[in-house]
Design a protein around this ligand. Structure first.
Ligand code: FRU
Length: 294
C-alpha cells in the first residue's frame, strides 16, 4: 500500500534565526514526528538567496519525493523551483510565493487580508473612518517578497481613503529584521517631531521601532502595529502594552507537511490552502496567552 511507503521529503527553509521561522521549523518537525514513514530533511538558507538555491539543488539531487520551500524572495528562487518541477518533484510553496504557478500547492496566510485588517484598525486608532488623521511610518518587509507587497496594499486600501493620514517614509525596507527597523525608526524620529503610528510588516520590526522610540522617550505618543502574533513574541508584547496590535500569521509548517503527505498518498490537494488570522489587542492578548499555556 502507498501508506507503507517511506517518503523522503525535503524542506528548504529560508532562515532559522527569526522567532517566526523557529516556530515554523518546530511545527513541521512536530508534524513529521507523527509520520514514521516520513523522512524529513530540513535545510537552512541562512537568509541568502544563493544558499537557498544551492540547498534546493541539493535536495533535487537527493531525489526527494516532495519538496517544500519557504523562499527568501520570489524572483531568485523561481528558477530552482522550476527545476524541481521539471524533475517531476511535487513542490509545495509555503508562506512566500515564487513567480510560477506550476507548483503543486501553495500554503500560507492571506497577507492582503491581514494588511486590510491592519489598515482598518490603524484608521480606527487614528480617529475613525472619514476623520482619521496622523503621521504614519510604515516599515516594509523584504521588497522582493509577496507578503510585504500584500501587507502594504491591503493596509493602504483603508488608510489611503483618509485625507488626514500622512506617510512619513517612502518604501523603506527593514528586510523583516528588528535591528534594521530600529535604525529606520531612529532616523524617522530625528526627522519628524510628530509620529502617531508605526506599521511594521512583522512583529520584530514593529518592536524594533518601539525600542527606538523608547530610547528617545517617545514610545507613549505612538501606536505600534505588527504582524505574526506568536504567543511567545507578539502577543506578549501586546499584553505588555508595547505593541498596540498584532495579527496572527499561522506558520504553514504542520499543514504544509500534512498536505504533501496527502498528495504522496495519492489524494487530491487544493491549489491553495489559506491559513486563518486573528487580531490581537490588549482586549484579548491575556486570553490568547492563557489558551497557549503562557
Ligand atoms: C520571518 C518572517 C515573518 C513574516 C514572514 C513573511 O522570516 O519575516 O516575520 O511574517 O517571514 O514571509
Amino acid at each position: 500500500y502507498a501508506q507503507d511507503k517511506k517518503w523522503k521529503i525535503g524542506f528548504s527553509q529560508v532562515t532559522t534565526i527569526e522567532p517566526w521561522r523557529a516556530q515554523f521549523n518546530k511545527d513541521i518537525l512536530a508534524e513529521a514526528a507523527k509520520h514514521p514513514n516520513v523522512e524529513l530533511i530540513v535545510t537552512d538558507g541562512e537568509d541568502k538567496t544563493e544558499k537557498q538555491v544551492a540547498d534546493v539543488e541539493n535536495l533535487i539531487r537527493q531525489e526527494v519525493d516532495a519538496l517544500l520551500i519557504s523562499p527568501k524572495e520570489s524572483a531568485g528562487l523561481t528558477g530552482v523551483v522550476q527545476q524541481a518541477i521539471d524533475a517531476k518533484i511535487p513542490v509545495f510553496v509555503l508562506d512566500r510565493n515564487v513567480d510560477t504557478k506550476d507548483f503543486t500547492q501553495f500554503v500560507g496566510g492571506d497577507n492582503k487580508l491581514i494588511g486590510r485588517a491592519a489598515g482598518e484598525y490603524a484608521v480606527e486608532l487614528l480617529g475613525g473612518k472619514g476623520k482619521a488623521s496622523g503621521n504614519v511610518v510604515e516599515i516594509w518587509g523584504g521588497m522582493g517578497t509577496e507578503p510585504a507587497h500584500d501587507r502594504h496594499d491591503g493596509f493602504h486600501e483603508f488608510t489611503d481613503k483618509e485625507p488626514g493620514i500622512k506617510y512619513l517614509l517612502d518604501q523603506q525596507s527593514g528586510d523583516w529584521k528588528q535591528d534594521q527597523a530600529y535604525n529606520i525608526m531612529a532616523t524617522a524620529l530625528r526627522n519628524n517631531e510628530k509620529i502617531d503610528l508605526v506599521y511594521g510588516h512583522n512583529d520584530p520590526m514593529a518592536y524594533g521601532a518601539y525600542l527606538a522610540a523608547k530610547d528617545v522617550g517617545r514610545e507613549k505618543d505612538i501606536k505600534f502595529i505588527g504582524i505574526d502574533g506568536l504567543p511567545n513574541e507578539g502577543v506578549q508584547l501586546v499584553n505588555k502594552g508595547e505593541l498596540t496590535a498584532t495579527f496572527t500569521y499561522v506558520t504553514p509548517g504542520a499543514e504544509g507537511l500534512r498536505q504533501a503527505i496527502k498528495f504522496l498518498n495519492g489524494e487530491k490537494v487544493e491549489k491553495t490552502i489559506t491559513l486563518p488570522t486573528q487580531k490581537i489587542t490588549k482586549e484579548n492578548a491575556a486570553q490568547v496567552l492563557k489558551d497557549n499555556g503562557l
